[in-house]
Design a protein. Structure first.
Lengths: 575, 300
């Protein structure tokens, strides 16, 4: 396992001077008006001769607020928005109106109403769904996911956490650490967040007691060894009264640390550095605008790709070299993790959606089996043997729950034997996919190491999880994928000439071509004086049998995806 | 990722979403409202499929009450980019004489926008429709998914949305169900303008201040774009230097007094603004959850 979590430095002023001036995105845009604009004949073109005056925020921080119900998450966000001048006057007016109507704060403004946007939320005074909010200070743009505290809506909390770089975990100073605080802490750790701020809220209700703050701090520190955080700060706050949110509070003279906003602005969260990994790109879309162009589009999830690089397409194993890399603004010499690109190859190899292009020097493991930790989100329980649809990267394939090793006890964080997972439980599981897929552990790669499970009947998203290990004991023999397919599926694959895929349009085109071919055979037969009936029979026979004859009479006709390069089907242990 | 700016990250995210729809939907369409958000969304779609064209048409739901400059702009852009454009109008609504003045904004919006959109989606059997909505626009939008599932009746079930962890969008649906997909979910109004400036994306000139014929009505500055707007007693048409922060049906879109005649000025004006962009929209102000109700009924 070569993957490791490395501290990533957020860009500082010097970097920004080079990288985040708007001109970095498209220098040419400022060379003058586009020819189209000149031709449009406008008397004065307001968009002509633009100078880059805009200075988008230097860096971006995505964070969540979480914690138990009524710990004051929405109030805290409302307060942050208010104090950073991110609330417009008309929204302020609406807030005053709503505070009278739904407010839970008496005469004061109820900041939670700024974020709780669904009518059910406002009526019940709770947060049901994640709300995304945006604000910026001079230095940083922030995307906040305000997540629900109720256990019932844990899935929405987990969703917010999966996209965040930092978590603010709220603790009610009166109540201390609650089961939901532990659950949220565990999920935060599970999805790989390393930096957390423990905001001890409602300090006004405990007379700003330093003793109480320290007590809660000690209590939380006791559970830290079981969590994978590397950067934890504690801040005493009152979201309602505004203590230590933006300005230091006179009520807590004993606290000399940063205020919450100061911390948010200064923190350099330790995040996953995908750029340091070998090249990986799940193919999202095959771009074939004409006969001369066949590009593979996707977002790079690991490393860097440069024109001329040797690549291997997995799981098929086809090898080639990069002919060209196209970024959003046209051809580029190279591109790296995070960028959405289109890649053309020197050779015609079989690649379609669901495949992963990887560096030929460090191909990823291909396996049907992997183990992981998941959060079960459906009201019906998850049991061994259950069949679900896996989505990982751009792949979608049926999977079976081959083992349920343990459920995590949310109070002690211990793994305990379990027969089933109920809603909002976290478990250790083993999954077996119907066909081999490219997966990496979550430590190695965030995008190829995270998955969701979908109920094949209701289409609900029933679980989210992270991959902990790839490969299973039975795979030591490394059968070729084509032999692992069941009978009917194999016949279908043979007939179609390739492994059946999700790509409906592609399949339709393929069948369409078959029909056209057979109609031509029938037509030719008719021309060569055969009776109509005989010509029809011949056409039908041709349609059904030709693919099998092709396979029988020459291995050259085997589709690319079935000629597996045995060297890449390893034990699945990774790269 | 360290070399990417905030806007480059947003751009990459949006392109990913747009391609995901192209790969998973049978018959996608891009709702094109002619506004600045649509302009950015279309620009991103053009980038996502280069050197090809987006593998889906544009759909404009024309209420027949859009600003004339919007329609001219729409046709020019479609022609210049060489993309397919479908224009749909609710003819039943036209025959019934629905209009924003005598029918009221609510009925007009229901019939000429919401109903018209459903008609068009059903007529062409689109199973995924891109929209340019952003989460920062409005409280119930802030809660919406990127891939937002709609029932065969086009209803939104706000309380039962699918979780969308990481970038793993669940694109599975049953027959008759469809998706509304919002590639600009995480963009803010400021991001949109910054991007328009950087990428030099053409937008409707109505966004820039110019002398325009204005009628003051119910506290809003309404531009009298054609003769169909009859003056009430005491009203008069003044020429005022105004611009628009959002665009829609002209009788329902309030202008703001402004001297911002170019993009730089618009951006600095927006930064100093103390009111949200939707303030000019008549339909949002009925009640706190007005937009949520509309969305449940099938409004985009």
């Amino acid at each position: 396992m070569t993957g490791s979590l490395q501290a990533r430095r957020l860009p500082d002023e010097a970097d920004l001077a080079q990288t985040s001036t708007p001109a970095a995105l498209a220098d040419e845009a400022f060379a003058g008006p586009a020819p189209d604009d000149v031709a449009s004949g406008a008397v004065v073109d307001p968009q002509a001769h633009m100078q880059p005056v805009v200075a988008p925020a230097a860096s971006l921080l995505r964070f969540i607020t979480c914690g138990s119900v009524d710990d004051g998450k929405s109030t805290l966000i409302g307060r942050l928005l208010f104090e950073t001048n991110s609330v417009f006057d008309d929204q302020m007016e609406a807030l005053k109106r709503d505070s009278k109507k739904f407010g839970t704060t008496g005469e004061d403004l109820d900041f939670a109403l700024l974020v709780d946007g669904l009518s059910a939320e406002r009526e019940q005074g709770i947060t049901i769904d994640v709300a995304y909010r945006y604000f910026s200070t001079g230095n940083r743009a922030f995307i906040i996911a305000d997540t629900p505290g109720h256990e019932q809506y844990t899935r929405n909390m987990a969703t917010g956490a999966s996209q965040a770089e930092l978590a603010i975990i709220l603790v009610d100073a009166r109540k201390g650490i609650l089961p939901q605080t532990r659950r949220h802490s565990f999920i935060t750790s599970l999805v790989g967040i390393k930096s957390v701020i423990i905001a001890v809220n409602k300090m006004d209700l405990v007379d700003y007691s330093e003793e109480r703050f320290e007590e809660i701090k000690r209590g939380y520190q006791a559970i830290l060894p079981q969590l994978a955080f590397t950067d934890v700060t504690f801040v005493p706050v009152s979201a309602k009264a505004g203590d230590n949110i933006v300005a230091r509070s006179a009520n807590t003279p004993w606290y000399d640390g940063e205020t919450l906003l100061e911390r948010l602005e200064s923190v350099e969260p330790e995040t996953f550095d995908a750029g340091a990994e070998p090249f990986r790109m799940p193919v999202q879309w095959v771009n074939r605008p004409n006969l001369d162009f066949r590009g593979f589009s996707g977002s790079i999830v690991g490393g860097r790709i440069t024109k001329g690089d040797a690549i291997v397409a997995l799981p098929s194993g086809g090898r080639s070299h990069v002919k060209a890399v196209y970024g959003p603004d046209g051809e580029v010499g190279s591109a790296e993790a995070g960028e959405a690109v289109t890649i053309t190859l020197r050779d015609e190899i079989d690649v379609s959606r669901g495949d992963v292009l990887t560096s030929a020097d460090a191909p990823a493991g291909v396996s049907r089996q992997f183990a992981g930790d998941l959060l079960w989100m459906a009201s019906r329980p998850l049991i061994r043997g259950g069949r679900l649809i896996l989505k990982l990267g751009s792949v979608q394939t049926p999977v079976t729950l081959s083992a349920l090793d343990a459920a995590i006890d949310i109070h002690s964080y211990e793994a305990k034997p379990a027969d089933a997972l109920t809603m909002n439980e976290i478990g250790r599981v083993a999954l077996t996919a119907e066909r081999p897929i490219v997966a990496l552990t979550y430590e190695q790669n965030r995008e190829l190491g995270a998955f969701i499970l979908i109920d094949p009947v209701s289409n609900e998203t029933v679980a989210l999880g992270v991959v902990r290990s790839v490969g299973g004991p039975e795979e030591a023999a490394a059968e070729s994928p084509s032999e692992e397919r069941n009978g009917l599926r194999r016949v279908w694959d043979l007939w179609l000439g390739e492994a059946a895929r999700d790509d409906v349009a592609h399949r339709k085109a393929k069948i369409g071509a078959r029909i056209a071919g057979s109609v031509l055979v029938g037509f030719l037969a008719l021309i060569f004086t055969m009776p109509l009936v005989l010509a029809l029979v011949l056409a039908v026979l041709d349609f059904v049998l030709r693919p099998f004859l092709a396979v029988a009479f020459g291995a050259d006709h085997l589709p690319e995806s079935r000629r597996i390069d045995p060297t890449v089907v390893d034990d699945g242990g990774g790269i | 990722m360290k070399h990417m700016t905030h806007l480059q990250r947003l751009e990459a995210e949006s392109i990913f979403i747009i391609r995901e729809v192209a790969a998973s939907a049978e018959n996608p369409v891009m709702l094109y409202s002619i506004g600045k958000d649509s302009a950015v969304m279309l620009h991103l779609a053009m980038k996502a499929f280069k050197p090809g064209k987006p593998p889906f048409p544009l759909l404009h739901v024309d209420t027949t009450w859009k600003f004339r400059e919007m329609i001219e702009f729409r046709d020019r852009i479609a022609r210049e980019l060489g993309v397919d454009l479908i224009v749909h109008t609710n003819q039943e609504g036209v025959r019934a004489g629905i209009n924003p003045f005598s029918s009221g904004s609510r009925v007009h919006t229901d019939v000429m926008k919401t109903e018209a959109l459903k008609q068009a989606l059903d007529k062409y059997k689109f199973d995924a429709a891109f929209g340019g909505a952003r989460r920062d626009e409005e409280k119930s939008r802030a809660k919406e998914r990127v891939f937002s599932l709609r029932t065969p009746e086009h209803r939104w079930d706000a309380k039962n949305q699918r979780p969308e962890p990481w970038k793993l969008f669940n694109t599975r649906k049953k027959k008759g169900e469809s998706f509304r997909v919002f590639p600009l979910s995480n963009w803010t109004e400021q991001d949109v303008w910054d991007y328009i400036a950087i990428e030099n994306i053409p937008v409707v000139p109505l966004y820039f201040a110019a002398p325009r014929p204005i009628v003051r009505r119910d506290g809003a500055l309404i531009m009298r774009d054609d003769e169909r707007m009859e003056l009430k007693p005491g009203e008069s048409v003044e020429t005022m230097m105004v611009r628009f922060r959002t665009l829609g049906c002209y009788p329902l879109t309030g202008a703001v007094e402004s001297t911002a005649t170019n993009l730089q000025d618009v951006i600095s004006e927006m930064r100093g603004s103390r009111v949200s962009e939707r303030q000019g929209r008549v339909i949002d102000q009925d009640s706190g959850a007005s937009m949520e109700e509309k969305k449940q009924e099938g409004y985009f």
